[in-house]
Structures are given as structure tokens and as C-alpha cells.
Design a protein around this ligand. Sequence first.
Ligand SMILES: [Zn+2]
Length: 118
Amino acid sequence: MAKIQDYLPKIEATSVKVAPTYVTPYLSDDAKRAARDHKAKGKPVFIKAMQHNPNTAGYCKNCGGGRFILLNMIDAGPFKDVPGTKKSITWFDGDGINGVGWYIIERSATFPCPECVK
Ligand SMILES: [Zn+2]
């Protein structure tokens, strides 16, 4: 007699997909200074979180291995809808200081990862 299992598709064991981990890096003194200068204008600065996978070659616990830190110096926001602008934009999930929504980026700046240059 056929069992219910005979009618079910055979499920092969496959590798488990793990959602990537994103970590916000700590900043070098240069990056801190640039962030402070921009915040002094009353505008936010976002530190871009880096994707981390400790199994990749050249992994770094701070930058994930990209060797740089990226700051978005924000011009305006948050906006509920995608703002009509020729400038770059970014989404921000909110942090209790800056609200959830779209932001217009005044400029972006990269700095060497302080962990990598040790
Ligand atoms: Zn690094």
C-alpha cells in the first residue's frame, strides 16, 4: 500500500541561506572631523553600514573588508516619497534623532578604514 510520503516531493538537503549581516563601522579621526563639520551646519551625517561575512578573504571586523568607510553628508530630508532631485538620495530607517524616509545627499565622502590602516 502506498504511503503519503510516496506522493510528496522529495526534498533535498541544500545549503541554508543566511541573511547578510550589516555593521556600522567606527570612524577614523579624519572621518569624525568631517562628520562634525557637516553636523555643525544642522544637517545629518549617515555612516553607511558595511556587509560582513567573516568567511571572505581579507575580512575586517570594522569595514567588512572594503577598506574604506563611507559617509553621506545629508542636505535635506526625511521625505515620505522619493524626492525629485538630480542629487543622490538614500533611505534611512530612523534612529530617534533623524526620522524614517528618503534623504537628499549633499555629498559623500570616503575615508580609509582605521582598523585596516593599523
Ligand atoms: Zn577595515
